[in-house]
Ligand binder design. Structure first.
Ligand code: COA
Length: 320
């Protein structure tokens, strides 16, 4: 028993913010951002919400899979920027879609959120507990950025991607995942402060803090190792893989991973030039972009990998 992705979908906020737009309001430039990251523009939410974009992406994925909402029995959303502490983004999508037969919950594994959600769906589906899952990554990161910190705010964007996942008899699904909480501080954002009868910590909101170089070092060593682990487990060579669909944080990370795997950069498609880093959403956003362009053929071997805050990482080899 294994799983297969049967459909994909995505949604972005309407508003495009280019590097030049940012340069008008802060001390930065298109040259600095694009040469270090490959990012040219990102979408920023105005009235869009995490759950609203996720529901739109989910509807598109169900349509692509030819599946009715009543057939969905599991909804998992990878997110670190849900609209509420509770209800979860997944429960909000369930309500919005009318997916009355589904159990729904969120997973916070930062930029690995979609991969952790996919692995969790695999465990449920493969065990026979559920049959059809909606797996998503959805973020409104613009609300947790410090817009006065040019070293972080230029990197991130908003959006949502979805995949319909089906239990199937045949196919490949091999995965690896891990976490290293000891290094968690290199990419962090505090939740609400304690303000109760006993303690008053104040009401200063916190924003994303990142030690970019430490995150970079972590990514370029951990991601190739995780991919190699999955390929070894499956007995598949890197040459046999059609595409490496990696978390879209930075073009330099993708180039370094390609080099370490001795694989052509052509096998590493990108969407980060148009999306920026949308944390948990980047892998399904890119997958949907590739699907719409007709790049994915039945039987293709695809490696997907997410990495980031926690620190966390997750990789899967699938057969399309
Ligand atoms: N525009 C212009 N200058 C900027 C800037 C911006 N948006 N952000 C930072 N700078 C400046 C810094 O202040 C610094 O100036 P100084 O030398 O005068 O102090 C200079 O640029 C160099 O900064 P540095 O941090 O050394 O650059 P870098 O080469 O390490 O690149 C990142 C920064 C963030 C692009 C890089 O570290 C990176 O890609 N890290 C991985 C981050 C990531 O992908 N995180 C998400 C993972 S999920």
């Amino acid at each position: 028993m294994t799983i297969r992705i049967a459909g994909t979908g995505s949604a972005f906020p309407k508003t495009v913010v280019t590097n030049d737009d940012l340069a008008k309001v802060m001390d930065t430039s298109d040259e600095w951002i694009s040469s270090r990251t490959g990012i040219k523009e990102r979408r920023i939410a105005k009235d869009e919400t995490t759950a609203g974009m996720a529901a739109e992406a989910a509807r598109a994925a169900l349509k692509d899979a030819g599946m009715t909402v009543q057939e969905v029995d599991l909804i998992i959303v990878g997110t670190l920027s849900a609209d509420h502490f509770t209800p979860s983004c997944a429960c909000e999508i369930q309500a919005e879609l009318g997916a009355v037969n589904a159990v729904a919950f969120d997973i916070n594994a930062a930029c690995s959120g979609f991969m952790f959600s996919l692995h969790t769906a695999y465990a449920y589906l493969q065990s026979g507990l559920y049959k059809n899952a909606l797996v998503l990554g959805a973020e409104t990161l613009s609300k947790i950025m410090d817009w006065e910190d040019r070293s972080t705010c230029v990197l991130f964007g908003d959006g949502a991607g979805a995949a319909v996942v089906r239990r199937e008899e045949e196919g490949i699904f091999v995965f690896d995942q891990g976490s290293d909480g000891v290094k968690g501080k290199v990419l962090s954002c505090k939740a609400r402060l304690v303000n109760n009868l006993l303690v008053q910590q104040g009401h200063e909101p916190d924003y994303v803090h990142m030690d970019g170089q430490e995150v970079y070092k972590f990514a370029v060593s951990t991601v190739p190792a995780s991919i190699n682990k999955v390929l070894d487990k499956a007995g598949v060579s890197a040459d046999e893989v059609a595409y490496f669909v990696l978390h879209q944080a930075n073009i330099r990370i993708l180039q370094s991973v390609a080099k370490r795997l001795k694989v052509s950069e052509d096998k590493f498609p990108i969407i980060l030039d148009r999306s920026g880093n949308v944390s948990a959403a980047t892998v399904p956003l890119l997958l949907d972009d590739m699907n719409k362009k007709g790049m994915l053929k039945r039987g293709d071997k695809i490696v997907m990998s997410g990495f980031g805050g926690g620190l966390t990482w997750g990789t899967a080899l699938i057969e399309w």
